[in-house]
Design a protein around this ligand. Structure first.
Ligand SMILES: Nc1nc2c(ncn2[C@@H]2O[C@H](COP(=O)(O)OP(=O)(O)OP(=O)(O)O)[C@@H](O)[C@H]2O)c(=O)[nH]1
Ligand SMILES: [Mg+2]
Length: 202
């Protein structure tokens, strides 16, 4: 598995998708991170142990509602998704449920999902019920992690877990020799740019 595997960061605006991505890929945190207005990606190799590793192409999407239609372009051929919510803002967890429904309907079959309860450094302002969250994640078959892009807590574990889950699925497919739609290792170029090229416009 040498080619990068596409995963996508999804969640409401301001929950911390960009900060989590930058903390994991570049060990940076910005208190004044601006809202994303487009999707960008970073690559990072994940050590899965036992001499195995997997390279993730992590697509950070824009969470504001006005960009929603565009975001769908990014998850369609992804192997994995990190669904991010803000533990200090309960409504952002409701959005996670919407993303799950959408991924199940329109995303890659067998997509691996993890859920990130971000900003867990702000313990005094927690608005979520931990049991409720854990129960929901169990129900959808996703692992849940409390993360903080500020302190770094939970981030490595979360991406490693997602990498492992994807690796298991890809290997299972490879050993069956199946070329199933959606779980092949694909080019990670910007899908919008690919479309532009294909359009042959101007
Ligand atoms: N305390 C704390 N603040 C965080 C954390 N993660 C992000 N933030 C702050 O939350 C704000 C929003 O973070 P972003 O990473 O831009 O959020 P986003 O989900 O990418 O937002 P959109 O690009 O609008 O979709 C910024 O001011 C960050 O500094 C965290 O773990 N802890
Ligand atoms: Mg962002």
């Amino acid at each position: 598995m040498s080619a990068p595997i596409k995963i996508v960061m999804l969640g409401e605006g301001r929950v911390g998708k960009t900060c989590l991505t930058l903390k994991y890929c570049k060990d940076q945190f910005n208190e004044n991170q601006q809202s994303s207005i487009d999707a960008t990606f970073f690559e990072k190799s994940v050590d899965l142990g036992g001499g195995k590793n997997i390279t993730l192409a992590i697509w950070d999407t824009a969470g504001q509602e006005i960009f929603h239609a565009l975001t769908t372009v990014y998850y369609r051929d992804a192997y994995g998704a990190v669904l991010v919510y803000d533990v200090t803002y309960k409504e952002s967890f409701m959005k996670v449920e919407k993303w799950v429904e959408e991924l199940r309907s329109f995303g890659t079959k067998d997509i691996s999902i993890v859920v990130a309860g971000n900003k867990s450094d702000m313990k005094n302002q927690m608005q979520i019920d931990k049991n409720e969250v854990e129960e929901y994640c169990k129900k959808i078959g996703a692992k849940h992690f409390f993360t903080s892009a500020k302190s770094g807590i939970g981030i490595n574990e979360m991406f490693k877990s997602l990498g492992e889950s994807i690796s298991i699925k890809v290997q299972a497919q490879e050993s069956k020799g199946k070329k199933k739609k959606g779980l092949q290792i694909k080019d990670v170029k910007d899908p919008k740019k690919q479309n532009q090229k294909n359009d042959g416009c101007c």
